[in-house]
Design a protein around this ligand. Structure first.
Ligand code: ZN
Length: 135
């Protein structure tokens, strides 16, 4: 793991949360992106080493809608950047970690992502991500 890449926060409504986080961080939202495969609309903020991803469900049955229904709005996941996601998956699986998906998929903000099962990580949903480099 290289660093904490971002913190994902589940929100009901981006239209409400984006201006609030813009005020809080005193910086503009630099990107919003729909990730159709995940039924999620995302919004990103970056200030120095702080990166926040807001997640709003784009579908009433989406994972974020279900998460908020159960737990309410709040911190949804921590994302750690890795240099090579395939190597990191193999390393973690060897150490007994269980993945929600162990085949990396394309996430928001130009990343390949995988999620670890929160049952194995003290209830914290962990994302590992690798920047997609265009060759
Ligand atoms: Zn994320």
């Amino acid at each position: 793991m290289i660093k904490l890449e971002h913190i994902g926060i589940a929100v009901n409504n981006l239209e409400v949360s984006i201006p609030m986080f813009e005020k809080l961080l005193n910086t503009g939202c630099y990107k919003t992106e729909l990730v159709e495969s995940e039924n999620v609309r995302t919004a990103f903020f970056q200030k120095r080493d702080i990166k926040i991803e807001l997640l709003e469900s784009s579908h009433p049955e989406g994972v974020i809608a279900k998460y908020i229904e159960k737990k309410g709005e709040g911190i949804h996941h921590l994302a750690f950047e890795v240099e090579n996601i395939e190597i990191e998956i193999r390393r973690l699986e060897k150490d007994g970690f269980v993945f929600v998906n162990n085949v990396p998929k394309k996430g928001a903000d130009n990343k390949l992502i995988c999620f670890l099962h929160p049952k194995e990580t003290n209830g914290v949903l962990i994302e590992i991500c690798q920047e997609i480099t265009s060759k």
